[in-house]
Design a protein around this ligand. Structure first.
Ligand SMILES: C[S@@+](CC[C@H](N)C(=O)[O-])C[C@H]1O[C@@H](n2cnc3c(N)ncnc32)[C@H](O)[C@@H]1O
Length: 379
């Protein structure tokens, strides 16, 4: 863990997901030959302790985008990059503005806005209409954005990453006060709040509703999420939702997630070890937390792989005409799993005789099913 994240280790995970995603984004879309826009609706700085804002979303995004743009320039491609930063608080904004404007150049346009995100959505949409854009929504609570507002920043060439503060919200889901219910209005209406509050699994219900709205109101074809737990408790603190219209967007998100969550497994084990050492006044033996992290991580991965295998086995029987791209899209949305792991699972199911190995037949012999290959049960 980087020192500046001590005591807020979960924030590092959020930043690592953003960073790994942005590192791939510019390469992923460079073939489109259109500008790339990044919109940070809730920029901060907020609780930053590192030099040159290395522990803030805007510091991370600016460096990633600059570095990727320079790397592409070496291949004679240099897409125009636009970054829009919005911050409501005047004092934070002045700090933000001073820093971000230093990155501006002819092909790297910066716009810093001291306003509420809700108020700048139309301007951001107009300024970035010709681009591939990522919008990052990272409020402190659950207010300041809505699904309808975000739809103005949607469209085929758009993606969105939203940090939903689940743990904090959960304390208020069943709150009958009008003021609390009104504060949720942009995200969950009264009936949705009641459904969540009454649900046996509030978290799953909230995720299901959020997911549907991001698809049906904001207009994203695919939505995936990543849960980030509290550092010292096995409880979800926030949930990062990702909306995209492309399968490759989902793949990039899952790759970024795995890098960040693996790092967090080590960071959490270390934080728990430190807390235990303080409580018991005994020092753990060297490498203890690393061993714990690796065991827990591997067990977690094995459990997910098992679930995915079961899901595929069931789906091919229920929907024997679906092509591989459709299976991947569903699995990447539903499970924290990478494309490469899905490929392995499909091959294992093929070898085990659960599904027909169509992709190995005739003159199309392939190691992995092509996207248009129909995946059906082995009869
Ligand atoms: C959680 S912090 C953002 C942290 C930052 N994204 C990061 O990861 O480093 C939320 C920021 O949003 C600002 N904010 C709160 N409501 C806002 C709104 N409606 N529009 C824009 N900014 C807002 C707060 O002042 C605060 O600086």
């Amino acid at each position: 863990m980087t020192e500046s994240y001590e005591g807020r280790e979960q924030t590092e995970t959020k930043h690592l997901i953003l960073q790994a995603y942005l590192q791939s984004l510019i390469f992923k879309v460079s073939h489109k030959s259109i500008p790339i826009s990044y919109i940070d609706g809730f920029s901060g700085p907020w609780e930053s302790r590192a030099q040159s804002y290395r522990d803030t979303s805007f510091g991370i995004a600016l460096r990633c985008l600059k570095e990727s743009q320079a790397a592409l320039a070496a291949h004679r491609k240099k897409p125009l990059v636009r970054a829009i930063f919005c911050e409501k608080n005047r004092r934070a904004f002045l700090e933000l503005e001073r820093f971000v404007t230093g990155f501006a150049s002819e092909d790297f346009k910066i716009l810093a806005l001291n306003d509420r995100f809700e108020n700048i959505i139309q301007e951001a949409a107009d300024t970035t209409a010709d681009s591939f854009r990522l919008t990052f929504v990272d409020p402190k609570g659950w207010t300041g954005f809505g699904f309808e507002g975000l739809s103005k920043l949607g469209g085929r060439n758009s993606e969105v990453l939203i940090n939903f503060m689940y743990d904090h919200s959960n304390r208020f889901f069943g709150d009958a006060r009008e003021s609390t219910k009104n504060s949720f209005y942009d995200v969950f209406d009264d009936s949705e709040l009641s459904l969540i509050a009454a649900s046996e699994n509030r978290e799953s219900k909230a995720i299901q509703i959020f997911d549907n709205k991001l698809k049906n109101i904001t207009g994203y074809k695919y939505v995936a999420h990543s849960r980030v737990s509290r550092p010292l408790a096995d409880r979800t603190q926030f949930i990062l939702f990702f909306g995209t219209n492309s399968l490759s967007g989902l793949e990039v998100f899952r790759d970024a997630e795995e890098k960040a969550q693996l790092n967090y497994a080590y960071v959490r084990a270390k934080a728990k070890e430190r807390a235990e050492e303080e409580r018991s006044r005994q020092v753990s033996f060297p490498g203890f937390s690393k061993g714990v992290a690796e065991t827990e991580w591997n067990m977690g991965r094995a459990a997910i792989r098992k679930e995915v295998k079961e899901a595929v086995t069931k789906r091919v029987v229920e929907n024997p005409t679906l092509i591989y791209a459709e299976h991947k899209a569903e699995l990447l949305q539903q499970f924290p799993i990478r494309r490469t792991e899905i490929n392995k699972i499909i091959n294992e199911l093929g070898k085990a005789g659960v599904i027909a190995e169509n992709w190995k037949e005739g003159n199309r012999r392939k190691q992995v099913p092509p996207d248009d290959c129909v995946i059906c049960p082995n009869q």
